[in-house]
Design a protein around this ligand. Structure first.
Ligand code: HMG
Length: 405
């Protein structure tokens, strides 16, 4: 019996910023952003599309009535949490109508947390193959305005259903993890923006990848030989390529030298979606997987794929998956790509205005969004420090422009 990702979907908020415009505003060469960093656009979330709303919108199209009775756990990974006690998963359990005798828990370890949730989900289903688990990743990444990290922001959610005999990707129980206490990127509870040592974070990411690959090669050379593609956690699209090149420079094993050429050849397809969305932290690796599932023409059933999960702080893991026959039939590619195409571009001034907005931290009722302009879940109001969500079945006014002046 195999276990893994049976269905997968992503959701991005309805605004984006063209990074050439940001480059102009920050007096940078646009090529630095689009070639040097490798990002074209970044997704921007208004207040009503918070981590809960985005995750609910990612998961909603995946769930059939039967699933709601079969799901035993809702596992939510984020580093954009707004509550130190109540798990974001509890809201999702309610909004999505999951059966009551289920667990709902939030996971944290920077961008790695989604992988911890996926691994827990797979282990659970290996013991109870008739049951399912819903895994959600949702984040809004924030660096300072005009900081070097600004161009690597993003927002979005990825949801997947884990089951036995999955339709998309079987996850091997064999994987390799690595932990090392580091200060490359972190966000103390009193800050809205992350603290980051950008150059060090790049170096650490590459060092840990090279180290994990070297160790995996020692343990299971055969699997490395079979790997068709490696997917990366992508804070920006060039990061994985830098890691592959570092591996080629630092590991002289002939198998690695031969395989890195193939992995680099297939690398661009793993980045197409991320280039338009930006860093969505816990979901970035899985957005890269979806990108490959959509765009990789050379994929065939039973191809072995690797997923390199990296979370600052730092924890990393190399996962191995096996592509399932007919996987594309189980992806709603048209809807996923439509939502990207239908987003509205912001000017830099509009982006900066949205960036400054926040929900007041008072007891008073605060209406976040009276009437959503698009279908789906959104944050309606905060009252007495409680968040309330609404599901909008239809777009009340498709021609409505954004509410930012
Ligand atoms: P920077 O220092 O402004 O950029 O910020 P740079 O000067 O290093 O330039 C970037 C690249 O653009 C370089 O290429 C330049 O040569 C090139 P590289 O040497 O890297 O190949 N370049 C140009 N190319 C074409 N035309 C030009 C031009 N000018 C320069 N005119 C940095 C870059 C990534 C440091 C910054 O954006 C940052 O701090 N980002 C946030 C941290 C980050 O993303 N780190 C990645 C690893 S850590 C991670 O992945 C975890 C994370 O997701 C958090 C979590 O786990 O929760 C962040």
């Amino acid at each position: 019996m195999s276990v893994g990702i049976d269905r997968i979907n992503f959701y991005v908020p309805r605004f984006y910023l063209d990074l050439r415009e940001l480059a102009q505003a920050r007096q940078q060469d646009p090529d630095k952003y689009t070639i040097g960093i490798g990002q074209d656009q970044m997704a921007i979330a208004p207040l009503e599309q918070d981590i809960i709303a985005m995750a609910a919108n990612a998961a909603y199209p995946l769930l059939e009535e039967d699933d709601k009775d079969l799901i035993d756990m809702v596992l939510f990974a984020t580093e954009t949490s707004f509550d130190f006690s109540k798990a974001a998963a509890v809201y999702l359990h309610d909004l999505l109508g999951i059966q009551p005798y289920a667990r709902a828990v939030e996971f944290k370890e920077a961008c790695y947390a989604g992988t911890a949730a996926l691994q827990m989900a797979c282990d659970y289903v290996r013991l109870r193959p008739e049951r399912k688990v819903l895994v959600l990743t949702s984040d809004i990444s924030r660096y300072g305005l005009s900081s070097s990290g600004e161009v690597t922001q993003g927002a979005g959610a990825v949801a997947f259903v884990v089951s036995a005999n999955p339709s998309i990707l079987a996850i091997s129980s064999q994987s390799l993890a690595y932990t090392s206490n580091q200060f490359d990127f972190w966000r103390p509870y009193y800050r809205r923006e992350a603290l980051v040592d950008g150059k060090f974070s790049n170096q650490l990411y590459q060092d840990i990848f090279v180290r994990l690959m070297g160790q995996f090669l020692n343990i299971d050379r055969e699997t490395i030989a079979e790997l068709e593609t490696i997917h990366f956690h992508l804070p920006y699209s060039k990061m994985g390529m830098k890691a592959l090149k570092a591996l080629r420079d630092q590991n002289s094993d002939s198998l690695i030298q031969e395989k890195v050429d193939l992995w680099l050849e297939r690398y661009p397809q793993t980045t197409y979606l991320g280039r338009r969305v930006g860093n969505i932290y816990t979901g970035s690796l899985y957005l890269s997987l979806i990108s490959s599932l959509i765009y990789q023409e050379s994929f065939e059933p039973s191809h072995k794929l690797a997923l390199f999960s990296y979370g600052s702080g730092a924890v990393a893991e190399l996962l191995i998956g096996e592509l399932q026959d007919g996987y594309q039939k189980h992806l709603d590619i048209e809807s996923m790509l439509d939502q990207l195409d239908q987003r509205q571009a912001l000017t830099v001034a509009q982006y900066e205005q949205l960036y400054q907005e926040s929900i007041p931290v008072t007891e008073d009722e605060f209406i976040v969004c009276q009437q959503a302009t698009e279908p789906g879940f959104y944050l309606h109001r905060v009252d007495g420090h409680r968040r309330f969500y609404i599901f909008n079945k239809i777009n009340p006014n498709p021609k409505t422009e954004i509410r930012v002046e």
